[in-house]
Write a protein that binds this ligand. Structure first.
Ligand SMILES: Cc1ncc(COP(=O)(O)O)c(C=O)c1O
Length: 404
């Protein structure tokens, strides 16, 4: 089997066609650099879509994985295990939460959050309190419940009848939210900075007003921090900088630094509604995943790394503004910490993908967030040299697009 030719064509032959991956196949990474099968080197400003918070093969994560890999891999939730309990304790100590539920992905964490919100509302206020309100352009995962709560119908249409009693309003539109909210509302679900939807920050007073509305109607406030969590915006979780505390918070992506894990965090009172047998996941709290996540969490949750995110944000902003001063293609550079987006101006409407492709040509990995935003979500510990070199490559990519 080892001499089997592994080429991009094999993808089309044997993989379900729900993805359309790039032509290159990376084979190894170190820090913010990645090498493909031809040993061509790339700088990674994509971070596996905001996952590789410590870059590739960070020694602390590698040693946590190796150490746990020689001890105990899996038990299931018939038993608990030391790494899961250590990680949960640390997450509880560092946040508003009293209780943690572990799973394997962001979608699964949100699925748990929405099921819990429904159970809690029904337990405490009766069977009519089931309305979930979420925001247009929001993204919460691809399970049928989470994709329906997500605010893009193009992702949820075409699969038959959807889970019901889910409504959407525009992000930052407080009047629309007020108009639709009532005592029947069980939860308001939001990203504290919309990622997939285009790197859109909440208005300063919006989040506080959402919190007040939730309190007025006995509705839970669910923060999806799958993309913003674990240091991405310069705080351990984005809520910490917003002056608002959610009732339920979901985390995944960067939590495992590249090893799949998700978590749902909540208070004692709310957690009580997920009684024995009401929800579960075979792999949730898997010792390997939790050991790696514990190492990632310990490393990110330090002043050095979190302040470093803010410092790196300024390197990016300065570099991107300088590129824009020359090429005039961005209307705005927006976002927070190391979740940044270059919004294309009128002249380059709908061409974010062209910039992504040109960046790959220049040996730089970037992301898009919709058709008009080029997105960056690099390692939180990316070096200055890697940022400078990556931005130089980005400038060449921009020149390619601008000069046709
Ligand atoms: C805010 C947010 N929630 C949920 C998800 C889904 O996470 P996963 O793909 O791990 O299920 C994503 C993924 O992009 C996300 O950005």
């Amino acid at each position: 089997m080892s001499d089997m030719a592994v080429t991009r064509e094999v993808f089309d032959q044997v993989m379900v066609p729900n993805y359309s991956p790039a032509e290159v196949i990376p084979v190894r990474g170190l820090g913010a650099r990645v090498w493909d099968q031809q040993n061509r080197e790339y700088i990674d400003f994509a971070g596996g879509i905001a996952v590789n918070c410590l870059g590739h093969c960070h020694p602390v994560l590698v040693s946590a994985l190796k150490e746990q890999g020689e001890k105990l891999w899996h038990l299931s939730n018939v038993m608990t295990n030391e790494p899961a309990l250590r990680l949960a304790r640390k997450m509880v100590d560092a946040t508003f939460a009293d209780k943690v539920f572990f799973c394997n992905s962001g979608g699964e964490a949100n699925e748990a959050a929405f099921k819990l919100a429904r159970r809690y509302a029904i337990d405490h206020f009766g069977p009519e309190k089931t309305q979930i309100i979420a925001f247009k352009q929001g993204f919460h995962g691809r399970t049928f419940f989470t994709v329906t709560v997500g605010g893009q119908e193009s992702y949820s249409d075409g699969f038959g009848p959807k889970p019901g009693d889910i409504d959407h309003v525009a992000y930052n539109d407080l009047d629309a939210l007020k108009a639709i909210m009532s005592d029947r509302t069980c939860a308001v679900v939001m990203e504290p900075l919309q990622g997939e939807g285009g790197i859109i920050s909440p208005d300063a007073d919006f989040v506080k007003a959402v919190r007040e509305l939730c309190d007025r109607h006995n509705a839970l406030l669910v923060f999806d921090e799958v993309q913003t969590g674990v240091g991405r915006t310069g705080a351990l979780y984005a809520y910490m900088d917003l002056g608002v505390t959610p009732d339920i918070l979901t985390s995944a992506k960067a939590l495992g630094g590249g090893f799949p894990i998700g978590a749902m965090l909540t208070t004692d009172k709310i957690a009580a509604s997920l009684k024995v047998g009401t929800h579960g996941s075979t792999y949730g709290g898997n010792p390997l995943a939790c050991a790696v996540a514990e190492a990632a969490f310990d490393t990110v949750n330090t002043d050095a790394v979190l302040n470093g995110v803010k410092e790196r944000e300024s390197w990016y902003r300065e570099g991107l503004e300088a590129i824009n001063a020359k090429y005039h293609c961005f209307e705005q550079v927006r976002g927070k910490g190391l979740l940044l987006g270059c919004v294309l101006n009128e002249t380059f409407q709908d061409r974010a993908r062209d910039f992504l492709m040109a960046s790959m040509e220049e040996q730089l990995m970037v992301l898009v967030a919709g058709a008009n935003v080029i997105r960056f979500a690099p390692s939180l510990v990316i070096t200055k040299e890697e940022v400078v070199e990556g931005l130089a490559r980005f400038e060449r990519a921009v020149a390619r697009v601008v000069n046709g």
